[in-house]
Design a protein around this ligand. Structure first.
Ligand code: HEM
Length: 152
């Protein structure tokens, strides 16, 4: 009995290591925190910026345990939507809900996309703009030289 109590206390301490930051009633997790839960004994998923602990659901999943384990610890939104899950499946999600993906993590993703687009655009501009300016400058210098040469 005493040992059992001790085990419970230990497991509580173990859980406390991963205690989320709380804001009101909602718990927020970072991508790193979610990534740590990627095994068959401890599996979390992100779907539409919400975090789910699906450990107890793995064996029950009608689509099989494997597909869920492949996504464990990561954002499974795309695969979840690709399958075209039923309304029942979407309602089932609620049972496994444990919190939200931290606000700053969502912005980080959005910013990354914008940055990639802009940097691609700017690099394509510089590939033709700089040589064009160089050609124009050389052209002007040549004409100036020729005019000077003629008049003398
Ligand atoms: C916690 C999240 C999930 C829940 C609650 C869930 C639930 C379900 C349910 C209830 C079904 C039966 C069909 C239906 O009602 O739509 C199903 C089927 C299926 N699920 Fe999920 N699912 C989840 C996540 C995923 C993910 C992330 C994937 C893909 C990586 C996936 C792949 C599949 C596949 C392949 C089937 C079989 C579809 C078929 O046989 O037509 N599921 N799921």
């Amino acid at each position: 009995m005493e040992e059992e109590m001790e085990n419970k206390t230990n497991s509580k301490t173990e859980n406390e290591k991963h205690l989320p930051k709380e804001e009101g009633d909602v718990k927020y997790y970072s991508c790193e925190e979610v990534q740590a839960h990627n095994t068959s004994k401890d599996a979390w998923l992100i779907i539409h910026d919400k975090v789910y602990d699906i450990t107890t659901f793995l064996e029950e999943h009608p689509g099989g345990e494997e597909v869920l384990l492949e996504q464990a610890g990561s954002d499974a939104t795309e695969s979840f939507e690709d399958v075209g899950h039923s309304t029942d499946a979407r309602q089932m999600l609620q049972q496994y809900y444990i919190g939200e993906l931290h606000e700053c993590e969502r912005k980080k993703e959005a910013k990354k996309e914008v940055y990639i687009t802009t940097s691609k655009e700017s690099s394509s501009w510089s590939t033709w703009l700089i040589p064009a300016i160089a050609v124009a400058v050389v052209g002007f210098m040549y004409r100036y030289y020729m005019l000077e040469h003629k008049s003398s």
